[in-house]
Design a protein around this ligand. Structure first.
Ligand code: ADP
Ligand code: GLC
Length: 486
C-alpha cells in the first residue's frame, strides 16, 4: 500500500517525547514489510538544519488566518531515513527556534491554530493530488492533534485516500477558539456537536477522532481507558460513539537504536550474557560524568534508580518528589534523573538534588546520549505515570536489563509484569507494578524492588525475562497493515 505518514515530530530530526521515536520507527517497519511509505512533517528550523539535502517538489497557495501563505514542499534526505521524507516549508510559520509548540518562555505559540491548519492543508493537497512523480497515497496515517484536521479536510472530498488517526496522548487536545475556526475558513459544514465543535471552541484531536476512517491508540489498555470519564479528558463520550473504529496497537521499539549490544552511547555494549559487566561499566561512566569527586567504589555497589522523561504530572514526578526524602533515609539507593518539563518540578528536583549531592544526580535538559547511558547504568527504572498511553521508556528499560517500577495503567499495564513467586516461576516477571498512583503505593513498591535487588539469583532471572522479550515493530507493523486493509 502507498502510505503517507504524517507527524509533527520525527526522530532524529526533532523530538519532544515518544511520538518522535514512533514516527521514525513505525514507517520504517512498514517499509520493511513491503509498503511504500512516505513521511511528511513541518520544516521546523531544527529539522532544516539536520537534513543533508533539500529539493523543491511542490508549491501551494494555502489559506491561513487573515492571509494566504505560499507553501513549498521539499523532498529531504538524511542518512537515517530509508523512506522518502517530505517537509512542508512556510518560513513565517515554522522557521522558529527550539520547541515546535512553545515559545522560548514556555507558552504556546499564539498562532498554533494557523500553523497546524496550514500544515493539514498541505497534507490534504498531497493526499488528493499526489506527489510530483505521480505517487498517490492509499492511506494517510495522521498522528496526534497536530494532524487532527487532516482527516476532517479529507472527509470533504468524494474521491480520497482513507485516513487513520493515531492518538499518542489524549491529554493534548489541540483546543482552539470558534473565532480561530472561522478566521481560518475551516469547513462550516463540519462545525457541529458531532463534528469539530468542542464546548464552544474546536479541538483538532476531536476532528481526528470523528473524521478518520480508523482510529488507533498506542496500547490496548489505553484504548479501553480513554472511553471512561476518568481517562477521557472530556472526550470519552466522543470515543465511545466511535468505539467501533478504535483499536489499541502496542508500540514497538527501534531495535537498531535501542540495543545494548550495539549502542554507541555505552562504554561497554552488552548482551544478556554480559549484562553485569556492561551495566557496571555504564554506571562507572555515569558516575564519572555526574559525580567525579565521590567514592566511586562505594557508589558502584549501591542500587541506582533512574528516570528519563518529561517532568510533568502525567509522569508522576510529584509522587517521586514526595517519597524521595524518605527513601533516601531508609535505603542506600542512588538516583539519577534526566528531564525537562514544568518549571515547578524542575525547581523542586533541583532543590532536592542540591540537598543530597552524594545521592541524587540530576540533569535538567534533553540528551539522547545520556538517556541511553541511564537506561544502561540504572538497576531500576522509575515510571510511576498517572496515565501512560504506551510509554517507550519502560520498553527501553526492559531491553537494557533495568526492571521498571510502574503504575498499573495504559501501556505500562500491557508490558510490565509484577514480580511474585508465581511470575518468577513461569518466567514472566520483568518489573514491579503498583495499583494506585499514591506516594505510599510507590514507596512500598520501590522498597520491595530494592529488596529484590539484593537477591542476585532472583534479580538475574528477572533481567533475563525482560531482555528476552520481543519488543520490536515487526508484528506490530502488521497489525497496522491489517487496519489499513480493513
Ligand atoms: P512520552 O512520549 O510521554 O514523553 P515515552 O516513554 O513514550 O513518553 O517516550 C519518551 C521518549 O523521550 C523516550 O525516547 C525518552 O528517552 C525521551 N526523553 C524524554 N525526556 C528526555 C530527556 N530529557 N532527554 C532525552 N530523552 C528524553
Ligand atoms: C505519547 C505518550 C506515550 C507514548 C508516546 C508514543 O507521548 O505519552 O505514552 O509512548 O506518545 O506513542
Amino acid at each position: 500500500m502507498n502510505v503517507l505518514f504524517v507527524s509533527s515530530e520525527i526522530y532524529p530530526l526533532n523530538k519532544t517525547g515518544g511520538l518522535g521515536d514512533v514516527a521514525y520507527s513505525l514507517p520504517h517497519a512498514l517499509s520493511e514489510v513491503g509498503q511504500d511509505v512516505r513521511i511528511l512533517m513541518p520544516a521546523y528550523r531544527s529539522v532544516i538544519e539536520k537534513v543533508d539535502s533539500l529539493c523543491p517538489v511542490g508549491r501551494f497557495d494555502l489559506i491561513g488566518q487573515h492571509q494566504r501563505h505560499s507553501v513549498r514542499v521539499f523532498q529531504a534526505t538524511h542518512s537515517e531515513f530509508n523512506v522518502r521524507l517530505y517537509l512542508v516549508d512556510c518560513q513565517p510559520l515554522y522557521d522558529r527556534p527550539g520547541n515546535p509548540y512553545l515559545q522560548p518562555g514556555g507558552q504556546d505559540w499564539p498562532d498554533n491554530a494557523e500553523r497546524f491548519t496550514v500544515f493539514a492543508r498541505a497534507a490534504e493537497q498531497i493526499a488528493i493530488h499526489g506527489c510530483d512523480d505521480g505517487w498517490q497515497p492509499d492511506i494517510v496515517h495522521c498522528n496526534d492533534w497536530q494532524c487532527g484536521l487532516i482527516p476532517a479536510l479529507l472527509s470533504t472530498h468524494t474521491r480520497r485516500p482513507r485516513s487513520v488517526f493515531t492518538i499518542h496522548n489524549l491529554a493534548y487536545g489541540g483546543h482552539f477558539s470558534a473565532a480561530d475556526y472561522h478566521a481560518l475558513q475551516l469547513p462550516p459544514a463540519l462545525w457541529h456537536m458531532e463534528g469539530a465543535e468542542f464546548h464552544g471552541g474546536f479541538s483538532m484531536l476531536k476532528c481526528g477522532i470523528v473524521f478518520a476512517d480508523a482510529v488507533t491508540t498506542v496500547s490496548p489498555t489505553y484504548a479501553r481507558e480513554i472511553c471512561t470519564p476518568e481517562h477521557g479528558w472530556g472526550m470519552d463520550g466522543v470515543l465511545r460513539a466511535h468505539q467501533h473504529k478504535l483499536y489499541g496497537i502496542l508500540n514497538g521499539i527501534d531495535e537498531r537504536h535501542w540495543d545494548p549490544a550495539q549502542d554507541p552511547a555505552l562504554p561497554l555494549p552488552y548482551t544478556v550474557e554480559t549484562v553485569d559487566a556492561g551495566k557496571r561499566a555504564a554506571k562507572q561512566a555515569l558516575l564519572q560524568h555526574f559525580q567525579p569527586d565521590i567514592d566511586q567504589a562505594d557508589a558502584l555497589d549501591r542500587p541506582l534508580v533512574g528516570l528519563v522523561g518529561r517532568l510533568v504530572m502525567q509522569k508522576g514526578i510529584d509522587l517521586i518528589i514526595d517519597v524521595l526524602p524518605n527513601i533516601l533515609a531508609t535505603s542506600e539507593a542512588h538516583f539519577v534523573f534526566l528531564g525537562t518539563g514544568d518549571h515547578q518540578w524542575e525547581q523542586r528536583l533541583t532543590a532536592l538534588a542540591k540537598r543530597h549531592p552524594q545521592r541524587i544526580m540530576l540533569e535538567v535538559g534533553f540528551s539522547e546520549n545520556r538517556a541511553h547511558l541511564i537506561e544502561a547504568s540504572a538497576d531500576l527504572f522509575l515510571m510511576p505515570s498517572r496515565f501512560e498511553p504506551c510509554g517507550l521508556n519502560q520498553l527501553y528499560s526492559l531491553r537494557y536489563g533495568t526492571p521498571p517500577v510502574v503504575h498499573n495503567t495504559g501501556g505500562l499495564a500491557d508490558t510490565v509484569v509484577h514480580t511474585t513467586p508465581a511470575t518468577l516461576a513461569n518466567a514472566t516477571a520483568n518489573g514491579f507494578v503498583f495499583d494506585t498512583p499514591t506516594p505510599a503505593a510507590l514507596a512500598t513498591c520501590l522498597a520491595s524492588a530494592l529488596e529484590a535487588f539484593a537477591d542476585k539469583s532472583r534479580w538475574s532471572r528477572l533481567i533475563t525475562h525482560g531482555m528476552s522479550l520481543d519488543l520490536g515493530w515487526n508484528g506490530r507493523a502488521l497489525q497496522y497493515l491489517e487496519r489499513y486493509h480493513h
